[in-house]
Design a protein around this ligand. Structure first.
Ligand code: AMP
Length: 332
């Protein structure tokens, strides 16, 4: 495959980091690939694309993918996570951590036992996870960055199966090629993926197909949202409401972008009750913004993420007005 000049130039600019990454893969016969907790399309697409690429090009290596499953995407779009028992981690192995900037958010803590750790990510740097991370916060998706590395790897091939995973990752985190960091480079990578023969029509259907239940949830949200004085829209879904609507917390959260193109709405959030752990009981916020950086507010409220897409937590709904006031103050 002839490489696009943008991909070639980027690979040249990052030659050192890319070659350290490739050498690490060559050096280890046992590899485990990690992603962030509560995975999204990009975390899973990057991880599974890399897994498939290694399996296809280095069949002699033992490679695994780890992390919690997604309530809707596994096994429909991605395979169920592998279960590896403790003894596997006692022998030397390479850990590759994808799409996560923080130790606490790596879905399986056993990356710590690795002989060597690599990281490929587009989240703002928080703490060192790997000595030589490949990090570019200007990439719309970690999958784009992973493709930059793998497409420039001479003597390897990118299969249709790997390309499908990476395409899902890029489409997911770039909001179907619309968010700010989407660039000509993103399209160059997407072209390389499409040229493998993937069926993008069926990919979009798998990713975005909705049910009649989804429409009922949308109707509920559109009848029950709030807007702060300076345009922070938010909706609250308690565990009880989620049950009544027949949807999961993740599905409730996924409606957040109903508010993305509304005049006068500067930022928008979903607030969903998370009863999955007694110890970690909280209400989770997915926060999105049109233009202003909301990540500092997310950091303050037990979360983090990107400038225009972050997550946060409140311990009870009593705290919510304070968080909304912090967001509202950004637009005063
Ligand atoms: P979400 O709203 O869950 O889709 O997350 C949006 C972005 O914020 C993703 O990049 C997440 O990795 C990040 N994020 C979400 N929740 C947290 C959290 N509690 N701490 C740090 N980052 C988060």
């Amino acid at each position: 495959m002839k490489l696009d000049p943008l991909i070639k130039a980027y690979a040249l600019e990052h030659k050192k980091e890319f070659s350290l990454f490739k050498q690490a893969i060559k050096r280890y016969d046992r590899i485990a690939i990690f992603r962030h907790i509560r995975p999204d399309f990009d975390a899973m697409g990057t991880q599974m694309g890399l897994y498939t690429f290694i399996r296809d090009n280095f069949p002699e290596k033992e490679v695994h993918f780890l992390g919690d499953n997604h309530v809707n995407y596994t096994p429909r779009i991605f395979p169920e996570t592998e279960r590896l028992n403790e003894s596997w981690f006692k022998e030397p192995f390479l850990a590759i951590v994808c799409d996560v900037g923080d130790h606490e958010r790596i879905a399986d803590p056993r990356y710590r036992y690795a002989s060597y750790i690599c990281k490929v990510d587009h989240h703002p740097f928080i703490k060192e996870i790997a000595k030589h991370p490949i990090l570019d916060i200007n990439k719309p998706a970690a999958a784009e960055l992973m493709c930059d590395i793998l497409l420039s790897w001479e003597g390897t091939t990118l299969s249709k199966e790997a390309a499908r995973y990476f395409y899902i990752g890029i489409v997911g985190d770039s909001g179907r090629f619309q968010y700010r960091n989407t660039s000509g480079h993103t399209f160059a990578v997407a072209k390389a993926l499409i040229d493998t023969g993937i069926d993008i029509n069926s990919i979009y259907l798998e990713m975005y197909e909705r049910s009649l239940e989804d429409l009922k949830s949308e109707a509920y949200i559109l009848s029950n949202f709030h807007v702060s004085p300076h345009g922070v829209a938010y909706y609250i879904l308690s565990d009880e409401t989620l049950h009544e609507l027949g949807i999961t917390r993740e599905e409730g959260k996924d409606n957040v972008n109903l508010f993305s193109n509304i005049a006068g709405v500067n930022a928008w959030c979903s607030v969903t009750e998370d009863k999955s752990s007694v110890k970690d009981y909280c209400w989770r916020l997915s926060i999105r913004s049109k233009a202003k950086d909301i990540s500092k507010v997310a950091n303050k409220w037990r979360g983090g993420g990107h400038a225009l897409a972050s997550g946060a937590k409140v311990k009870s709904l009593d705290e919510l007005p304070l968080l909304i006031a912090d967001l509202d103050a950004l637009f005063a």
